[in-house]
Design a protein around this ligand. Structure first.
Ligand SMILES: [Zn+2]
Length: 158
């Protein structure tokens, strides 16, 4: 099984191999940038190996900096190379977990906003941008699984 550094290196090289031809084909930057951003999130921040975050300091957990310990509880209910190393359930679980993590500070900000009476404006990206970011995230995630030796035609890995 590849090391975390090898996963990161292969994913970053593949990003060049994906984004280069798309740019050459004149795919709009408005889609390329969120695709690349989602891909980088799937490569550097929210990876299948966060299932090890409670045991060792995996690179993705380190990349979260002081927030890395927020991923530790994940391994209380998943085992390494279990559900996080599946093609559909894994990304859904990790994105849901990240959503909960991000919802906490947003709720705190909204509470402060309500107390102070300040109107907080949060930019909300449109559907195509979110779809491009999700596609980028999934490509990075699925490349990780492929390198780990898990193939999408194994239905148990969905
Ligand atoms: Zn892995």
């Amino acid at each position: 099984m590849p090391s975390g550094d090898l996963h990161t290196g292969v994913n970053l090289l593949a990003l060049v191999g994906i984004a280069g031809p798309l740019a050459a084909l004149h795919v709009a930057q408005d889609l390329l940038l969120p695709l690349a951003a989602g891909y980088l999130v799937g490569t550097l921040l929210i990876t299948p190996d966060l299932d090890l975050a409670g045991h060792v300091r995996v690179r993705a957990r380190r990349n979260w900096g002081v927030w890395g310990d927020l991923w530790r509880p994940l391994n209380l209910f998943v085992r390494h190379r279990g559900v996080t190393h599946t093609y559909v359930r894994g990304p859904l679980l990790l994105l849901g977990y990240a959503g909960v993590l991000l919802a906490l500070p947003v709720a705190a900000l909204l509470a402060v906003d309500r107390v102070l009476g300040v109107t907080l404006r949060v930019p909300t990206p449109g559907g195509p941008l979110l779809a491009a970011a999700l596609a980028g995230y999934l490509i990075a995630y699925w490349l990780h699984l492929w390198l780990d030796g898990y193939r999408p035609w194994n239905v148990r890995r969905w």
